[in-house]
Write a new protein. Structure first.
Length: 121
């Protein structure tokens, strides 16, 4: 069921991209400033733009609804049902090694790097 919704989402997305790209801009922009706006006055342009605008809204709403339906019908992954990966299982099974302490080091103190000069005071 989810794969059907995913296919429908892909088709609606492609149609929406196509419809948006076919539309002419509302303002004439640079083309109108340079005298190229006269070509938009052909017959039927108003009806075509109304159809394209309406179809854009319908496709956008359909896409939104399909995405919501996928999220509602997809059970998702809950925290307790997640299977552990092989790496996580190995980390859980590995013994915990205690940090190595040097003879000069007191328990609970971080190890001091050797071979570095001490600061002169």
């Amino acid at each position: 069921m989810t794969s059907l919704f995913v296919i429908l989402i892909a088709l609606v997305s492609l149609l929406l991209m196509l419809v948006v790209l076919v539309q002419s801009p509302k303002s004439s922009g640079m083309g109108g400033a340079l005298g190229g706006s006269g070509s938009n006055m052909l017959g039927g342009v108003k009806r075509t733009s109304d159809f394209l605008e309406r179809s854009t809204w319908v496709l956008a709403f359909t896409l939104f609804a399909l995405v919501l339906l996928v999220n509602m019908f997809n059970p998702g992954v809950e925290g307790n049902d997640v299977e552990e990966s092989a790496m996580q299982e190995q980390m859980d099974e590995a013994p915990v090694e205690a940090p190595v302490q040097t003879p000069n080091q007191a328990p609970g103190q971080p190890a001091q790097p050797t071979g570095l000069p001490e600061s002169a005071e």
